[in-house]
Design a protein around this ligand. Structure first.
Ligand code: GTP
Length: 381
């Protein structure tokens, strides 16, 4: 089916304009995310296609030079949006230098046909290839959004490649913006797919990013960054099942910083906060892979050591306690010494051992450690 090319251009412009206004409306409320940049890209994309529809009716600097420079600007915005959504610094200058160079190059080649077509297609191809490269670089999560963006960049490379082939084959006239033929129909259809895939891909990336942020917040302690009570209890359920099924010993340690209230009273709450963070850093540095730490409450931490017998657990916890005593926290130029007490339960969990029950046992041992003078590890009976 051969469609009327200027009408197709107008349809793409309309779709891009609607999408752009939706994103600009949503994005303006949060300038930190990438929706605003994606919206600007779509607006430039829409304007480019408006200029294409004017081919043959408006001067060439509008329908060709401005049109292609606007398309290049759209790709620059999409690139910036990609950096923003990945929370990486946006290289504004190089990204936006490309459309400017395109503008300059097209102005100087305005009187030619093939060279200016080649320049426009090759620069746009370079930008799509860069988007592909940046999308793959340091992509932590290659989900649906990533796939859409990669497909979008890939097919736009194909569409632009068709233009380059036409020029090199001496059939550049077939790709004039006011000519309707199968190649043009395919090429503009690819342009439409590109608009949709870039914009939906980038919006989905923003959604995936906020979902992973929320997921992180739901399972982590805001102050120390370690797992929160919910997360460590969930982990406890899992570890308990594993240990019960494979019949190995699990160590459950309740760690409580000694005289923490005094630290707050003497040095202030901020110093107390720093002591908590220091404590988590010190513990995390020394844990094995597979061990799990979480903040159970104020200055109390729950540590799970799978496949650990009583003696090994006592040695590990005493090692942690001594390391803490050797490494005071630092706050406002002061050294704040700290130590902690530990209540430890260790064994192969039975059918009726629940997290609550084992925590109660570790808590009872912790109470004895505190009552015995603190800075000690006590094994539960
Ligand atoms: N800075 C700071 N303090 C906290 C935080 N959460 C709880 N606290 C304080 O931690 C203190 C805990 O005090 P206590 O339960 O009396 O325990 P303690 O002083 O460590 O005494 P022992 O456990 O018996 O050695 C309280 O003063 C809480 O206000 C926090 O996130 N930051």
């Amino acid at each position: 089916m051969i469609a009327h090319t200027p009408t197709l251009f107008a349809a793409v412009a309309l779709v891009a304009t609607i999408l752009a206004f939706c994103l600009l409306l949503v994005g303006q409320f949060n300038r930190g995310d990438n929706l605003l940049l994606t919206g600007c890209g779509l607006l430039a994309h829409a304007l480019a296609y408006v200029c294409y529809t004017l081919f043959g009716h408006a001067p060439l600097w509008v329908s060709y030079v401005l049109a292609n420079s606007l398309l290049s600007l759209a790709l620059a915005f999409y690139s910036a949006s990609l950096f923003r959504v990945r929370e990486r610094p946006v290289p504004w200058r190089p990204i936006f230098a490309i459309p400017l160079l395109m503008l300059q190059g097209l102005i100087s080649l305005l009187e030619t046909v093939e060279p200016r077509m080649l320049l426009a297609a090759l620069v746009l191809m370079l930008q799509c290839a860069l988007i592909l490269y940046w999308a793959r670089q340091r992509a932590l999560h290659k989900g649906r959004a990533h796939l859409l963006l990669v497909i979008g960049a890939g097919i736009s490379l194909v569409g632009l490649g068709m233009r380059v082939v036409a020029v090199l084959a001496g059939t550049a006239q077939e790709m004039r913006y006011d000519t309707s033929n199968l190649k043009q129909t395919v090429s503009v259809a690819i342009g439409t797919a590109t608009v949709m895939m870039y914009s939906i891909g980038l919006v989905l990336m923003a959604k995936e990013r906020s979902e992973s942020r929320l997921q992180h917040l739901a399972g982590h302690d805001v102050l120390t960054g370690t797992g929160n009570r919910r997360a460590i209890l969930e982990r406890f359920e899992f570890e308990l099942q594993q240990a019960r099924a494979a019949q190995y010993s699990l160590a459950v340690a309740m760690i409580d910083i000694d005289h923490f209230k005094r630290i707050n009273d003497v040095h202030g709450h901020l110093a107390g906060d720093e002591v908590l963070c220091h404590c988590v850093r010190q513990l995390q540095q020394r844990l094995r892979e597979g061990d799990s730490l979480g903040r159970y409450g104020g200055e109390e931490f729950l540590l799970l050591l799978p496949r650990t017998e009583g003696e090994g657990a006592l040695a590990a916890l005493n090692g942690l306690r001594e390391a803490m005593a050797r490494n005071p926290a630092r706050f406002a130029g002061l050294e704040i010494e700290l130590c902690f007490s530990v209540g430890l339960w260790c064994g192969v969990p039975g059918e009726d051992d629940t997290p609550a029950r084992l925590i109660a046992k570790a808590d009872a041992a912790l109470y004895l450690a505190k009552a015995g003078g603190r800075n000690a590890v006590r094994l539960a009976a």
